[in-house]
Ligand binder design. Structure first.
Ligand SMILES: C[S@@+](CC[C@H](N)C(=O)[O-])C[C@H]1O[C@@H](n2cnc3c(N)ncnc32)[C@H](O)[C@@H]1O
Length: 193
């Protein structure tokens, strides 16, 4: 399945509703953030990422689309320097293809910060590489592991992200969907504060 297609499925899962404040963690060039904005222009959308270069592209895309979306620089595992990211101030947090870049300890810290940033009852929606549905989908994922590093990607391929979400304090954690792509098996997860 192609990037735009599975990101569309993730937008459906997030189901943005007018008035909601939604954060895209590790937003990259803002493709998903802008898809969420298009799905619900009455939402308050904010993206953040560690990389200033991708954020410049995200801001240019938002300006070209005349979209009122803010992008900030910060680290998912320590976002305390971003003033916009106040505890309990988000209804929903979404993240795609970020967590396999983080070490286990960074994943734990990032999930804890997501929990802190959500209001009670707020939802976290994650799409990232997961446990492959079959051996055929395991093989291409070795390429991702060579590119992005074996230590950070091993939690993903072992299907450990839900456990790390629960450890951080999320409840009703579930794998909601598996998507086969040319590079491996993506899993969607959902958790509630
Ligand atoms: C594969 S890209 C995914 C971008 C976007 N979410 C998407 O799905 O198209 C991973 C992104 O995570 C960002 N990233 C990596 N480590 C990060 C961290 N510790 N905190 C915030 N962003 C991080 C990278 O800068 C990059 O933009």
């Amino acid at each position: 399945m192609r990037d735009r297609v599975w990101k569309g499925l993730l937008v459906e899962q997030v189901s943005p509703t007018p008035g909601e404040r939604i954060l895209d963690v590790g937003c990259g060039t803002g493709t998903l953030t802008l898809m969420l904005h298009r799905a619900c222009p009455e939402c308050d959308l904010l993206g953040f990422d560690a990389d200033a270069n991708v954020l410049a592209i995200a801001r240019a895309k938002a300006a070209a689309a005349n979209a009122r979306v803010e992008f900030w620089q910060g680290r998912a595992d320590d976002p305390t320097n971003v003033p916009m990211l106040r505890s309990g101030s988000f209804d929903k947090i979404v993240s795609s293809l970020l967590f396999h870049h983080l070490s286990t300890e960074q994943k734990r810290r990032a999930f804890s910060h997501c929990l802190r940033l959500l209001r009670p009852g707020g939802e976290l929606h994650v799409a990232d590489w997961g446990r492959p549905a079959n051996a055929l989908l395991r093989l291409p994922f070795y390429l991702i592991q060579v590119l992005d590093g074996f230590p950070n990607t091993t939690d993903n391929v072992r299907g450990l992200l839900p456990e790390l979400m629960r450890d951080a304090g999320f409840c009703h954690v579930a794998e909601t969907r598996r998507v086969a792509t040319a590079l491996g098996s993506l899993s969607f997860y959902r958790g509630v504060k």
